[in-house]
Each structure stands twice: as C-alpha cells, then as structure tokens.
Design a protein around this ligand. Structure first.
Ligand code: MN
Length: 203
C-alpha cells in the first residue's frame, strides 16, 4: 500500500505562537506530501513498497541501488515528519514523568541539560537535518542526522526529533535557528515521547 501523509492531530494554528500556522500548513501539506509522493514513486514495483516505513529504513540495502538515494531521502522524510507531528501538542511543554524522566536525569543530569544538548546538536547541524533523542539499544543518546536520514538507518530508535531544515522555522524565525529550538520545547508532547521511550525499552 502506498504511503500517506497522516492527518495533523491538531489544528494548523494550534502550536502558535511557537510555530506559526503558515509554516505548519506548508510543512505538513506541501513538504511532507512531497516526501510521500516521491517515496511512493521511487518504491513503485519494488518489494519495499509493501513494508512499513520503519522497517524499510532499517534495511535500505534491500532496495535496488539506483532507487536507493530517492528512497532514503523521501521515505526518511516521511518517517521523520510522521514522528514530528505526533510528538508535538498544543498542550505540550512542561516536564516528562515516570521512567523517561528517570532515564533523562540519569543519562544527562537533568532535563535542562538534555535540552541544551539537543539544541546545541541542532544548531551545529550544518545545512539541513534533524537533532534527535534516540534509544541506541543500551540507553538514551543525542544524535544528529543530515538531510532526511533517520536514526533507524543506523539501528537507533528515534524517541524525539526536531526538524532543523529552514522550512521548519524560516517564516517566523528567519535565520534564528537557536531561538526556534528554544521555543520548540513549549510544544513537545512528553506523553507521546514517553510512549515511544517505553516501546523502545520493551524491545
Ligand atoms: Mn521538515
């Protein structure tokens, strides 16, 4: 079955003032749609077409070489953005609870330390990409990927990811990526992030 852009689970304007309505409309309806369309086109007629996107990204070697770059970029874009919409909420912000909170304190010292590291990693990503909190099989770690590469490509499970492509913030923040990253934590859905963490730990 071809991939589809999942509906946004809140209104386009719901993340204002931190993320503006126009950015959300373009980002979800145009950018994500383009990744989905191009992924479907690249996968047409391959056996990858019927695989869940997470599974596909974990085994890109199975994709014919000529199609691999297009699949990597666009299926990666689809997976990354599907996660991104899901881990934001108009009722976001605050602090995580439970096992995730304990793991963050134990690995990074505090939530503030984690935010600093995620933001710094995002600021240092040259060009376009993502800054991530992942579960690497042994515990939590912060990593960055270029372009639309997914942590799944190297066997990590993405728990939280922030899009640092200019299309994610330029209309409101222009060149001020650090300001966007700081504001982003006001819309993080810790409930959704904790759910992803629990699933990763159970594996
Ligand atoms: Mn994006």
């Amino acid at each position: 079955m071809p991939y589809e852009v999942p509906p946004l689970p809140y209104d386009y304007a719901a993340l204002e003032p931190h993320i503006d309505e126009q950015t959300m409309r373009l980002h979800h309806d145009k950018h994500h749609q383009a990744y989905v369309d191009n992924a479907n086109k690249a996968l047409e007629g391959t056996e990858g077409a019927d695989r869940p996107v997470e599974q596909l990204l974990g085994g890109l070697d199975a994709i014919p070489e000529g199609k691999r770059p297009a699949v990597r970029n666009n299926a990666g874009g689809h997976a990354n953005h599907s996660l991104f919409w899901e881990i934001m909420s108009p009722d976001g912000g605050g602090e995580p609870e439970g096992d995730l909170a304990a793991a963050i304190d134990s690995v990074f010292g505090s939530l503030d330390e984690l935010k600093l590291l995620v933001n710094d990693t995002g600021v240092k990503r040259f060009g376009s990409g993502w800054t991530w909190l992942v579960h690497d099989g042994t515990g939590l770690a912060v990593v960055s990927t270029p372009n639309q590469d997914s942590p799944l490509m190297t066997g990590d499970v993405p728990i939280l990811g922030i899009d640092v492509w200019e299309h994610a913030y330029y209309l409101k923040y222009q060149n001020r990526r650090p300001e966007y990253l700081e504001a982003w934590w006001n819309v993080v859905s810790w409930a959704a992030v904790a759910e992803r963490y629990d699933r990763a730990v159970e594996k």
